[in-house]
Design a protein around this ligand. Sequence first.
Ligand SMILES: C[S@@+](CC[C@H](N)C(=O)[O-])C[C@H]1O[C@@H](n2cnc3c(N)ncnc32)[C@H](O)[C@@H]1O
Length: 236
Amino acid sequence: MMILAGDKVNKKVERIGMIIDYLRDNEEAFNSMEKWQVLKALDNEYFECGMHNYITLQLYDELGILPDSLNPYKAFSKFVNETFDIKNKSVIEIGGGNIPRLAKRIASMQELGTITVYDPRLYIKDKLSNMKLIKRRFSSMNNVSSADLLIGLLPCGASSIIVKSAVRHNKDFMIVLCDSHNNLELFDQYNEDLDWPFSFIENTRKIVDENNMGKLKVKYLKEIGNNYPIIYNDRG
Ligand SMILES: C[S@@+](CC[C@H](N)C(=O)[O-])C[C@H]1O[C@@H](n2cnc3c(N)ncnc32)[C@H](O)[C@@H]1O
């Protein structure tokens, strides 16, 4: 028992050391609030960071210490690839976060394909050669004509921008929806009686049907224990 406890303590010390080193060597990766989030999570018993603490999840995945059972980047990149076969495709990710972990994982699965990431919070350090990082907000005015697929992992207010852009240019899309939103630009028919994201899903379903983009599918990444809906168009 003593040995196990000691081992656990040593592992925790090692993990905290890696995190502190990263924060020291990459001062610009996070703002003060975000650093505070990471520091608060240090005290948690093992990795109770949860899907909501995306800053900590990004950092742990970058450091290679995020278990598969909690890893949205691994689970979602696998699902994107299984559904759209992105090896040789041009993908745009909107809202990639500070450390674009999803994009890095997708880039490493690709052969001739590329991934372009938009996020004003991007911390651009090392990237794979098929990644393009754009440290700006994405809007529906951005040109996506050369893309095959638009994706977002909890892109919050950008969810409706992704759908609008995909529909305007007849592109495939896949989004893991946040549990709240702040952009009703597209969905002024938002039904107050239905909870977000369910009204968003129903409105998107109609838009996908009306624009002959196939059928809207909804899936949950239950294998990593979260209930955030993933929506995508299936041209079947
Ligand atoms: C909840 S975080 C998720 C980050 C990342 N996808 C992850 O799961 O680790 C939402 C991100 O979306 C970005 N975002 C929101 N609206 C955006 C827009 N219009 N264009 C680009 N990024 C946007 C925010 O800056 C933030 O980094």
